[in-house]
Design a protein around this ligand. Structure first.
Ligand code: NAD
Ligand code: MLT
Length: 314
């Protein structure tokens, strides 16, 4: 008879599921996409749940946590988990911060190149039967200035790749040592304004926190160069959505590439009507390697924690 029950509430790689299933003490239940109120009714029957960004773990959801001891996030961002409420109930919250770093970094690179050359629009227009080469004039990355906001794992990898494109890379991240920026060949700025005011392209790689929500509003956009390009493959809401729409419509921002929304999935979103805003459906982590990475890491951590063995957020 298995001692522990684990519920998986989002799609994760089968490799992670197999790790859990291969432990004779663990019974695995997969209910991808389950939401409140159904989830609330059953959550207390499980020792652990494993989620991605599709499940929001609120204080209300874990009000009566039953035997729930672990919330495992197959990914980085923990903005969808009320960590304080979980801690109050004695529930461990863990994530897999290194598993999808390169997936998110490479999506950012793809987004940057797509946006500056208008590739998604060119694809759409060409397939519709138009041959309009004049319309698709872009800019080069070479010798442009990139501002990376949040020079952690993903931001650092983006910086490294942009250096290979011979870009000048500056960063704003008040929580890192200057030596980290220096080792990446990046100039660390003393303020957000210093970074964003000199950039041709700005890319965001911070978590969504009280501090980073609305980090960029119309006031910060006003301080940017005319014609700046904005990329956000981190979290919706770091850049105020309505202010970005206005700036893209006015041309202050030439174009934006966004993988994330304040509320997902977005319904009738104002971004959808703006030609120079390019969007993808939160696919930063969606590579075979990224999904393998986060699923295996979180599964191993959950197994270890359930057995009372030491574990660490990898
Ligand atoms: P990380 O912790 O390695 O790096 C985040 C960096 O942001 C840190 O260096 C931190 O000091 C910095 N930071 C925090 N607050 C800041 C602020 N106010 N101003 C400037 N910098 C600040 O995390 P990571 O692995 O690089 O991931 C970053 C974020 O990317 C995650 O939190 C997640 O939300 C997002 N993400 C999105 C996808 C996707 O699918 N689109 C995939 C993975 C991660
Ligand atoms: C993350 O924070 O890891 C990402 O949002 C990826 C995801 O959950 O799909």
């Amino acid at each position: 008879m298995p001692k522990y029950k684990v519920l998986i509430t989002d799609h994760i790689s089968q490799d992670g599921v197999n790790i859990l299933k291969s432990d004779k003490d663990i019974e695995v239940d997969i209910q991808a996409g389950i939401k409140n109120p159904d989830l609330k009714k059953i959550i207390g029957n499980y020792d652990a749940i494993i989620t991605r960004s599709g499940t929001t773990v609120t204080a209300e959801l874990i009000e009566n946590p039953g035997k729930l001891k672990i919330i495992g996030r197959a990914g980085v961002g923990l903005d969808n988990v009320d960590i304080e409420a979980a801690s109050m109930k004695g529930i461990i919250v863990m994530n897999a911060p290194t598993g999808n770093t390169l997936a998110a970094c490479e999506l950012t690179m793809g987004m940057m190149l797509s946006v500056v050359r208008k590739l998604p629009l060119a694809n759409q227009v060409t397939k519709s039967g138009e041959w309009d080469r004049k319309r698709f004039m872009g800019i080069q990355l070479y010798q442009k200035t990139l501002a990376v906001v949040g020079l952690g794992r993903i931001g650092g990898n983006v910086a490294k790749r942009c250096k290979a494109f011979d870009m000048k890379v500056v960063a704003y991240d008040p929580y890192i040592k200057k030596s980290r920026a220096e080792s990446l060949g990046v100039e660390l700025c003393n303020s957000l304004e210093e970074a964003i005011s000199q950039a041709d392209i700005i890319t965001f790689h911070t978590p969504l926190t009280d501090e980073t929500k609305n980090l960029i509003t119309k006031d910060e956009i006003a301080k940017m160069k005319d014609g700046v390009v904005i990329i956000n493959c981190a979290r919706g809401g770091i850049v105020n959505e309505l202010d970005l729409v206005d700036a893209c419509k006015s041309g202050k921002v030439t174009a934006a590439g966004l993988d994330v929304f304040m509320s997902e999935p977005p319904v009738n979103h104002p971004f959808f009507d703006v030609e120079n805003i390019y969007v993808t459906p939160h696919i930063g982590a969606n590579t075979a390697e990224g999904q393998y990475g986060v699923a295996v890491i979180i599964a191993e951590q959950v197994v270890n924690a359930l057995h009372g063995r030491s574990y660490k957020n990898a």
